[in-house]
Every structure is written in C-alpha cells, then in structure tokens.
Design a protein around this ligand. Structure first.
Ligand SMILES: Cc1cc2nc3c(=O)[nH]c(=O)nc-3n(C[C@H](O)[C@H](O)[C@H](O)COP(=O)(O)O)c2cc1C
Length: 225
C-alpha cells in the first residue's frame, strides 16, 4: 500500500505542516510513505497522476482565513482532473492553525470532505491541530511527553486508521466507507503563555522587517476610524 504525504503549506522549508507529516510518518509502519509538496497553485500533470496512483492521500496544510489556502484549492482542481473516479483513493486531512483551539480547523476539514464527495475520493477523516503556529519552536521530546503529546496521540490514531484500511483491503473499505471521526487537539501548553509567545514572536518579526509594534493599530491613509 502506498500513502502519499502531501505538504500543502506554501512554505517549502520549515513548515508546521511538514513537522506534522514527519510525526505521522513515524507511525505509518505498514505502508510505503511517499512525500510530495504542493507549495504553489499548480499540481503538474505528472505529479497529479502520481498522486492518483497512491492508495491513500494525506493532506497536511495550514488554516488560512478559516479555510484551505487558495494555492492548494487550485491544486485540488488539478488532482480532480487527473483522477480515476473508480479507484476509491482514501483522503485524510491534517489542518494546523495559529489559534490555540484545534476546532478552528473544522470548516477546512469539511471543505476537504465535500471535495472528496465531488471528486470521487473516499473521505477517511482528519485532525485539527490548534497551536500549530508554535510547533517549529517546540523541542522534540520523548514520545508521550511534552507539549506535542496530544498531537502525537491524535496522529498515531490517524496512522492506525490509515493502516487498518489497508488491512481491510480496498473493496471492503469502499463497501463500508468507514470514516474516522475528526479529532481536534491543541498543544499541551497553557493558552495564555502560547498567546504571549505568539505576540513576542510577531513583535520580533516586525522589528526585523523595520516596523514598529504601534504600526499594528495604524489605519491606512484615508481609512476610517
Ligand atoms: C494568510 C494567512 C491566514 C491565516 N489564517 C488563519 C486563520 O484563519 N486561523 C488560524 O488559526 N490561523 C491562521 N493563520 C495561521 C497559520 O495557520 C499558522 O501559522 C500555521 O501554523 C502555518 O502553518 P505552515 O507552517 O504549515 O504554513 C493564517 C496564516 C496566514 C499566513
């Protein structure tokens, strides 16, 4: 069984979506995992065809304005065009967001699920990860410990669902259309500290690019109060 791990962040390097796929990959023991990146608004024909050869697709992407990033939506249209509707490829989603609460990712997972229905893929379930914005800064701790523990647990359950579909076999999986319930998790880190750390990070970024914290509240010229 071949599982395509698709990084749908526009960031080519150091994305939180990539970190989550790495974690998931460690749990995918019974399947060949192949990595793909959809970082721009086009999925080239060869890539779209290669993805449609997989048995399962796992999309990991950031939440943008409560939805799926625009470039990834374009890629989904390319994939759909290259799909063979009868194959019943399973699709899973991992959506990470800057807000602390993973439930923020619910609408984006629903959009992905609806797309599966339209495009002939079989929805398998997903994980919404709150506090995703801090993942790159969090140290990798021993499995089962540290701020990433709830996320690792959810990814392990997702990996088990992916592998168990493989054990059941394609036809049986299509007949039963078992869907793992979406799981919504957050980092195991106090909310107020997460918020403080995020605000410090934004101020540092703003300073590094020559701005000032007070610029945040500034209205564009001619804008209303
Ligand atoms: C244009 C844009 C829109 C965003 N919209 C949301 C949002 O609606 N809700 C949210 O919780 N986070 C939002 N975020 C934060 C990202 O989801 C968050 O930083 C994520 O961890 C980035 O993941 P990546 O490193 O895989 O790209 C947004 C970020 C950007 C750049």
């Amino acid at each position: 069984m071949k599982t395509a791990l698709i990084n749908g962040s526009p960031k080519v390097k150091s994305s939180n979506s990539g970190i989550l796929l790495e974690d998931l990959k460690a749990y995918l023991v019974e399947t060949e995992a192949v990595e793909f990146g959809l970082h721009t608004g086009t999925a080239a024909k060869e890539k779209a065809e290669a993805l449609n050869q997989a048995d399962a697709l796992v999309f990991s992407f950031p939440l943008y304005v409560d939805g799926i990033p625009g470039h990834l939506l374009s890629c989904l249209a390319d994939l759909e065009e290259a799909s063979s509707k009868s194959k019943g490829i399973r699709v899973y989603g991992i959506v990470n967001c800057g807000f602390y609460e993973g439930i923020q990712a619910e609408p984006a997972l629903q959009v992905l699920q609806n797309w599966c229905e339209k495009a002939g893929y079989v929805w398998g379930g997903g994980v919404g990860v709150g506090g995703g914005g801090g993942l790159a800064q969090m140290p990798k701790t021993k499995s089962g410990h540290g701020p990433r523990e709830p996320i690792e647990k959810a990814l392990k359950a997702l990996a088990e669902a992916i592998c168990s579909e493989h054990v059941q076999g394609d036809q049986q999986a299509q007949d039963h259309q078992q869907i793992q319930e979406n799981q919504y998790v957050s980092v195991a880190f106090p909310r107020f500290l997460y918020k403080l750390a995020a605000q410090m990070g934004w101020r540092q970024m703003m300073k590094a690019s020559g701005g000032k914290a007070r610029d945040l509240g500034r209205r564009p010229e001619g804008g209303e109060d």
